[in-house]
Design a protein around this ligand. Structure first.
Ligand code: ZN
Length: 160
């Protein structure tokens, strides 16, 4: 059964940069499990999986626009340290979740003062072309409950 909307698909992936450097792989753990058509994956990745079937192996090259976006110029901000989530103490180079009234986003800490920190708003993978080597290992119809929740359940999926 090919991957279409309202199907729960599972795939193993290896994520590489354009120069071949490996960033991440699911090989040692559960395959990625998701409900197709819910924009829960990177836009380019969901597009690439559409219509694929169990056993399919392929590579998808995602331009920055289809992955984590282009690098924003002027992306440094001074923010209160109290808005940073993910660690108790901060130093330059760490990744943080910046929590603001408008929502949250992943940032990189550049400098830490007493109450304020300087962060880079660009996602660490912004501006990068990414290559996903994919192997589809499962595809089934979503349950009524999964459709209601808008996500996949079970190993590799959402746990309640
Ligand atoms: Zn659920």
């Amino acid at each position: 059964m090919p991957i279409t909307a309202k199907m729960v698909a599972q795939f193993h992936y290896t994520l590489k940069e354009a120069d071949g450097r490996e960033l991440e792989s699911s090989a040692a753990g559960h395959p990625m499990t998701y409900l197709h058509g819910t924009q829960s994956l990177l836009p380019g990745l969901e597009q690439a999986l559409e219509g694929r079937d169990v056993g399919d192996k392929f590579s998808a090259t995602l331009t920055p626009a289809l992955a984590f976006g282009d690098l924003l110029p002027d992306s440094e901000r001074r923010v209160p340290i109290s808005q940073l989530r993910g660690a108790k103490t901060w130093e330059a180079g760490m990744q943080a979740i910046l929590q603001t009234p408008e929502g949250q986003q992943q940032v990189t800490v550049l400098k830490v003062g007493h109450t304020m920190a300087t962060v880079d708003l660009n996602h660490p993978m912004a501006g990068k072309t990414l290559i996903f080597d994919i192997e589809v290992v499962g595809c089934r119809e979503a349950s009524v409950e999964e459709l209601m929740h808008g996500h996949a359940h079970g190993p590799g999926g959402h746990h309640h």
